[in-house]
Design a protein around this ligand. Structure first.
Ligand SMILES: Cc1cc2nc3c(=O)[nH]c(=O)nc-3n(C[C@H](O)[C@H](O)[C@H](O)COP(=O)(O)OP(=O)(O)OC[C@H]3O[C@@H](n4cnc5c(N)ncnc54)[C@H](O)[C@@H]3O)c2cc1C
Length: 415
C-alpha cells in the first residue's frame, strides 16, 4: 500500500453519471475525486445518444457552443420494421418544440472529454485515470472511501471520503460489496459490437432503424469514418457464434444488411466482435451509510430507447442538487441519500417498465423466432394517428421529472 488521499466526495467510475456529478460538485467548490479504471473514454459500446434533457443541461452549464462543435449527427425519429419490411415511426422527435427536437448522436468519448476538461478547470476537482477501485474502506459500519489500484504502475492506494458515490455501471464491484437488495428482470438478448468501414457513397442520413431477420437484429450507428454496429441475438449465443467462426458471422451480417456484403471482410477475427451482457435490474435501496449508487450501478438499463445515458446524467444532477447543502455543512446523513433515491425512483421505474414492455411485445417474440417486427395493433394505431408518436418522443427526450440544473453549476454561454 502506498499512500492515502483525502477528499469530500469520492466517485468511483468516470462514465456519464460519474463525470457529470464530478463536474457539478466541482463547480460548487466541493472537493471531489473521480476514479476511472480505463486510460481514456474511448469505448465504442457506450452508446451515442444525447437527448433533450442532457442538451438542456449542457446549455445551462454554458457549454452549448463547444458541444455543438463536436462531431455529431441528428436523429429525427425512432423506427421499427413492420412485417412487410416497411418502417413505422414509434417516436417522432421532429414533433417536439425546437431547439430540442432531435436526438444528438455524439460519440460518448467526445462528450465525456468535453465535460472532464470543463471539470478540470475547477480547483476542487480531481480525475484519476487508470485508477481502479478494488474495495470499500469500512469504519464502524460506515463507508469511509475506497482502496484502489493504479493500472499505470500497479501501486495500491486509499482515498478517504465523507461520501462515496458508486457510478461504476452495470458490473459494479463496489455495488456488489454494498450488498444492497436488488430485483433483476429477464432480458431476452445480448449485444455484439463491431465496426465496418464507411464509404464516401454511403448515405449521410442518421437512422438507427433495426434490421430484423429471424431471431437476429442489426443496429447501425453512424460515426464520421466508420459504422458502429450492434448485432443482437438471443441471450447465451456467444459460445455458439464464436464456435461457428468469423466467416459464418460475416454471412449473418450480410444477410441482415446486403449493403454491407462488400465490406464484412474487414472483420478478420471474432476478437473484433465484443459481447455485451445486456441487463435490466434495479436496486431496491440505492444507499448505505455514507455511500450512494447512481446510474447503471443503481439501475442497469438495456439499449432500448437509448435512454440509459440520460437517466444516469439526470441521477447525477439530482444527486448534486440535493446533496450540495449537506456536503457544504460536512454532514451527509442517510436521509439526504434517501432523498436522491426518492427523487429518481419514479423516472427509473417508468423507463424500466417501458423497456420491459418492449421486451415482451417486440423483442421476446423476435428472439424466440415467433414474430419479427412491431405488433400489428401498435402499427395500426401509430399509422392511423401519427401524432401519437410525439408521446414516446417526449418521454425519451425529456423523461418524466426533468432535473433542474442547480444554480451553483450554471454559467453564461462561452465559446
Ligand atoms: C449494448 C448496450 C447499448 C446501449 N446503448 C445505449 C445508447 O445508445 N444510449 C443510451 O442512452 N444508453 C445506452 N445503453 C445504456 C447505457 O450504456 C447506460 O445506461 C449508461 O452508460 C449508464 O451510465 P453510467 O455512468 O451509470 O455507467 P457506465 O457508462 O457504464 O460507466 C461506468 C464507468 O465506470 C468505470 N468503472 C467500472 N468499474 C470501475 C472500478 N472498479 N473502478 C473505477 N472505474 C470503474 C467504467 O470504466 C466506466 O467508465 C446501452 C446499454 C447496452 C448494454
Amino acid at each position: 500500500m502506498s499512500g492515502t488521499e483525502r477528499t469530500t466526495v469520492l466517485i468511483s467510475g468516470g462514465g456519464p453519471a460519474g463525470i457529470v456529478l464530478g463536474l457539478l460538485l466541482g463547480r460548487a467548490g466541493i472537493a471531489v475525486t473521480v476514479l476511472e479504471k480505463h486510460a481514456d473514454f474511448l469505448r465504442d459500446f457506450r452508446g451515442d445518444t444525447v437527448h433533450a434533457s442532457t442538451m438542456r443541461l449542457i446549455d445551462d452549464l454554458g457549454l452549448a457552443e463547444r458541444f455543438r462543435r463536436l462531431p455529431q449527427g441528428r436523429l429525427g425519429n425512432l423506427e421499427l420494421p413492420d412485417r412487410d419490411g416497411s418502417m413505422v415511426t414509434i417516436a417522432d422527435f421532429n414533433r417536439l418544440p425546437e431547439p430540442y427536437n432531435y436526438v444528438g448522436m455524439v460519440p460518448q468519448w467526445n462528450l465525456l472529454n468535453l465535460l472532464a476538461e470543463e471539470a478540470a478547470k475547477e480547483p476542487s476537482f480531481t480525475l484519476r485515470m487508470e485508477a481502479e477501485s478494488l474495495s470499500l474502506l469500512q469504519e464502524g459500519g460506515r463507508v469511509a472511501g475506497v482502496r484502489y489500484r493504479s493500472n499505470r504502475d500497479g501501486t495500491e492506494r486509499e482515498v478517504r471520503a465523507d461520501l462515496t458515490v458508486v457510478c461504476e455501471g452495470r458490473s459494479s464491484r463496489l455495488r456488489q460489496e454494498l450488498d444492497l437488495p436488488e430485483v433483476a428482470y429477464r432480458v431476452p438478448f445480448d449485444a455484439w459490437w463491431f465496426r465496418l468501414p464507411r464509404c464516401p457513397e454511403d448515405q449521410d442520413e442518421v437512422r438507427i432503424a433495426p434490421l430484423i431477420r429471424g431471431s437476429e437484429v442489426l443496429l447501425t450507428l453512424h460515426r464520421e469514418d466508420y459504422f458502429q454496429l450492434a448485432y443482437l441475438a438471443p441471450k447465451g449465443s456467444d459460445a455458439r457464434l464464436r464456435g461457428e467462426g468469423v466467416e459464418s458471422f460475416r454471412r449473418r451480417i450480410s444477410a441482415l444488411c446486403p449493403a454491407f456484403a462488400d465490406r464484412v471482410d474487414s472483420i478478420t477475427t471474432m476478437d473484433q466482435v465484443h459481447m455485451l451482457d445486456v441487463r435490466l435490474n434495479l436496486l431496491r435501496r440505492w444507499y448505505a451509510d455514507a455511500a450512494l449508487c447512481i446510474g447503471d450501478a443503481a439501475h442497469a438499463m438495456t439499449p432500448v430507447g437509448g435512454v440509459g445515458i440520460n437517466l444516469a446524467v439526470q441521477d447525477a444532477v439530482a444527486a448534486a442538487r440535493i446533496l450540495e447543502p449537506a456536503l457544504q455543512r460536512g454532514t451527509v446523513a442517510a436521509d439526504d441519500l434517501a432523498q436522491v433515491q426518492k427523487r429518481r425512483m419514479l423516472p427509473t421505474r417508468v423507463v424500466q417498465t417501458a423497456q420491459r414492455a418492449v421486451n415482451r411485445a417486440v423483442l421476446q417474440p423476435t428472439f424466440e423466432g415467433r414474430r419479427s417486427g412491431a405488433p400489428a395493433p401498435l402499427v395500426a394505431v401509430l399509422r392511423g394517428v401519427p401524432v401519437l408518436s410525439a408521446l414516446p418522443a417526449r418521454l425519451v427526450s425529456h423523461g418524466i421529472r426533468p432535473e433542474p440544473t442547480p444554480a451553483f453549476a450554471r454559467r453564461a454561454a462561452s465559446g
